[in-house]
Design a protein around this ligand. Structure first.
Ligand code: FEO
Ligand code: CA
Ligand code: CA
Ligand code: CA
Length: 625
């Protein structure tokens, strides 16, 4: 989700609708307690060799980096290291069937053309090898309204079709890709091609299915719903399905009745009388909370999609909780239970994990693994230990169904650690450890979260008004993701050592050559290197001078070394990464180029900027991760 709107950020929409009182009481204490030297030495003394850039495996003699770091860039293009090349695989509006109209840059399409074309603002994605076919599944998180309605006066919608066009640009695009001489492109009319939109039929599973809070006039059973939207990060299961995670689902609801009372439960999730400009309630009364107050309870979940079966009904899994889901990192515990790590991307919200009751066996029945299990929220302690606090009727005073619907309230009830906007979680395939990107949090140490929980600085979120973000890592006890406790440390504290010499300079593995802000996407490659994508301030001024456009870096878990690998075009974020089965192509998401109107990526000239998925390959044909 775009970090840098000139007008107002999406978190700010929430705060405008549901303002949190400013707290000043601990400001002075925090200022006194934190200095770069004080912070680093404080953390370094905790735990045995577990802080950043610890020395674990650091005496390896050969560098795991296979490229030379590139400079920061403010060019309106993608840049990759020497010896690598990039190309476009697919972009917003590309046709998926032979009867789809070609993208029309003048009108930017219609609802009908958009429903038959690749969606807007690609985010999380995964490439599946289905019987030798490369099937790409990509989330289409939201739309650049100024661009998609850029054919209209003031870039505002003029017709209901304009509103429906935007709705059809959301959801998930499934498209087969084919490679010829290193160039990847969509296979028009592939039987795997499918658009999943906010209107696609879905099944609701888990403890909340059928609960009164999920029943609506259109679905009196509370078990069937329509569609998915604002799908941010993703996940993949060992059984070959795709997980699309519903993030800022709230921004699409509005009330036709100014007197309609917004309940505290709706407020916690940012539902208000106004939407964020989409106006979907005008074309679909589901999005009018005055008429359908339970409809928002049917969004904010993880959705499972089977890309191998285009006729399958996607499932919304309530057991995995309801919040502003970023991604879903699926791991297998030692005993075979399925573990899913998930962030809730809002200031001062929580980090979660889900553990299935049943175990996974290859080729076995997986139907209950996402509908029967336990949710936990993370507690990070100052001694660099942490626990997963179970969200149960005993610990929360809520029923299982209520925990699945009002998951934020359950995590508040158990006193989990408020986090600096948890974005993606990724786990190392070569050792049992996981990483979460905490992108930034201007409210840290200043304001409570939307539920009124105070958000003082804490060891895992150590900076007041955190502008740069950090990456936190944990190692579960007994090398088992199923365990309830862990050691943790900070892998990287982003910052600007050119501008600051206090804690805002960042950790010692951040330097003038690799600095960045607002880590967001995370993924491990097959060699155990951590790919880091940013969605941050790209103004290249002040606190952010020298960082340039949003970028992708690679980190070495063993040494903490981080190198910049890719820079994006103007006003984009980099989000989503997956690889071809032979690992010779990396697919990287370029989202909202020209978010404020200053890009012509990827087609140049005077063209309309379009979100796109690019390929990156080594010129020598070797795998790149
Ligand atoms: Fe859609 Fe938290 O990024
Ligand atoms: Ca994003
Ligand atoms: Ca994100
Ligand atoms: Ca983000």
């Amino acid at each position: 989700m775009r970090e840098n709107e000139d007008e107002i950020s999406f978190d700010d929409y929430d705060e405008r609708i549901n303002p949190h009182p400013e707290h000043n009481d601990f400001d002075v204490v925090v200022e006194a307690a934190i200095s770069r030297r004080g912070f680093l030495s404080g953390v370094l003394t905790f735990g045995a060799g577990s802080f950043v850039m610890g020395t674990r495996d650091a005496n390896a003699t050969t560098s795991p980096f296979e490229f030379e770091q590139i400079a920061a860039s403010i060019a309106d293009t993608v840049r990759v290291p020497k010896g690598y090349s990039w190309d476009i695989a697919v972009q917003w509006g590309d046709k998926m069937w032979s009867d789809s109209p070609e993208f029309d840059p003048k009108t930017r399409g219609t609802a009908a053309s958009q429903a038959r074309s690749f969606g807007d603002n690609n985010d999380g994605m995964a490439l599946f090898d289905i019987g030798g076919k490369a099937v790409l599944v990509a989330n289409n998180e939201y739309t650049n309204r100024k661009i998609i309605w850029g054919n209209r006066t003031d870039s505002k919608p003029q017709t209901d079709d304009d509103l429906l066009k935007v709705k059809m640009a959301h959801g998930v695009s499934i498209v087969e890709l084919a490679e010829q001489n290193g160039k990847w492109s969509p296979v028009v009319d592939s039987p795997f091609n499918r658009r999943i939109t906010p209107d696609t039929d879905m099944e609701i599973t888990g403890p909340a299915a059928g609960h009164a809070l999920l029943k609506t006039a259109a679905d009196p059973t509370g078990t069937k719903t329509k569609g998915t939207w604002n799908n941010c990060g993703n996940g993949e299961t060992p059984w070959g399905t795709y997980l699309a995670c519903e993030e800022n689902f709230n921004g699409y609801f509005s009330s036709s009745d100014a007197e309609f009372e917004i309940s505290p439960e709706l407020k916690r999730y940012g539902i208000g009388h106004s939407d964020w400009g989409y106006r979907w309630a005008k074309i679909d009364t589901r999005f009018d909370v005055a008429r359908n107050p339970n409809e928002p309870n049917r969004a904010g979940y993880v959705v499972e999609i089977d890309p191998a079966d285009p006729s399958s009904t996607p499932k919304k899994h309530t057991a995995l909780g309801r919040f502003k889901h970023e991604n879903a990192d699926v791991q297998i515990a030692v005993d075979g239970r399925i573990v899913v790590y998930m962030g809730d991307d809002e200031r001062g919200e929580y980090l979660y994990k889900y553990v299935s009751r049943g175990v996974y066996t290859k080729g076995g029945d997986t139907s209950d693994l996402f509908s029967d299990g336990t949710l936990y929220a993370a507690k990070f302690r100052a001694n660099q230990r942490g626990e997963w606090l179970p969200l149960s009727p005993e610990t929360t005073g809520m029923t299982r169904a209520e925990i699945c619907i009002h998951t934020r309230q359950a995590a508040s009830a158990v006193g989990a650690t408020t986090m600096d906007r948890p974005e993606w979680v990724a786990s190392n395939p070569n050792r049992v450890e996981s990483y979460v990107a905490l992108t930034n949090n201007k409210n840290r140490g200043r304001k409570p979260n939307a539920g009124g929980d105070d958000t003082p600085i804490n060891p895992a979120n150590p900076r007041r008004k955190n502008r740069y973000g950090q990456i936190v890592r944990w190692v579960p006890d007994n090398q088992d993701h199923g365990e309830g406790a862990f050691d943790w440390d900070i892998f990287a504290l982003a910052g600007n050592p050119d501008v600051h010499d206090d804690d805002k300079a960042g950790s010692a593995n951040i330097n003038a050559g690799n600095m960045f802000n607002s880590p967001d996407g995370l993924a491990f490659d097959s060699k155990g290197m951590l790919w880091i994508q940013t969605d941050g301030n790209y103004k290249n001024q002040g606190d952010f001078a020298g960082m340039g456009n949003n970028q992708m870096l690679v980190g070495d878990p063993a040494t903490g070394e981080i190198r910049r690998f890719l820079t994006g075009p103007n006003e984009c974020e980099i989000t989503g990464i997956t690889w071809s089965p032979d690992r010779k192509t990396a697919f990287v998401g370029i989202q909202h180029p020209g978010g404020n109107g200053n890009s012509t990526f990827p087609n140049g000239g005077n063209s309309v900027p379009r979100s796109a998925i690019v390929t990156v390959r080594r010129d020598d044909g070797m795998p790149i991760g």
